[in-house]
Design a protein around this ligand. Sequence first.
Ligand SMILES: [Zn+2]
Length: 265
Amino acid sequence: MRECLEIALRESGLKKEEIFRTFLPFPDFRLSLEIGSACGFSKSQVHSNKLLNLTGWTGYVHPFLEFVYSIETEDMEEKFVLLAGSGGGFSACILKVKRNAKSSITKGINDCFKRRFEIKDLTILYKITGDLKYEKVKPFSPIPLHYREIEECIKLKGQRCSKCGAIQYPWRYLCYKCESTDFELIPLSRKGKIYTFTRDYLNPVPIQPLTMAVVELEGGGRFYGQMTDVHPQDVRIGMDVSLTLRRLHEGGDFINYFWKIIPCY
Ligand SMILES: [Zn+2]
């Protein structure tokens, strides 16, 4: 580990004193401090993992989350930081925080905190963490199909009818208004309002019921999908929502992503 940090410093041409902060991959600050000082960094240079009390240890990504949170909460602009990660081995990188970095973060850690909601039932938490086994949906999910549908499902493009201008999603063979077969593809907005919704009590997801909603998208088109990051009883027709790319299921033994609907804050 020490060797890895020293290689990173040597490659950057910087001295240890020029590093404003080191983000080390340990959940215990005392351990970070011990290893930081063994590598020649002072106490003030070792980051104290301020997020730990708020999020718990998030694994390999934790030093990176601490880094983003520090940019949001401290004055770090124009300063050099060292980030280290450990998994199958040990890796480190040195970054310079840009001027205006703080103001350029649009969806940071503070934004995530605004979105968080309380889970009152412990069994829900155990289902999410995997400690409580429950039946999961594992649909048939071939990779070639994903590849063919990337424009529609991942890039979120809708069809605009060349004849009447109607926008539709998901894709169909005929325009739902004029039955034309001539379309152009357009990127759909990721913001809109709930047009209608229903509660699905049969889908075996950790938080039941699952809210399925139709969103009237800004600029046209409707999107039908799962809602997340919201208590089912808080969903209202007309509420402002946005679409976010999330893990959908693990059919085909790989993680399948699709757009989900979340409230706007
Ligand atoms: Zn049409």
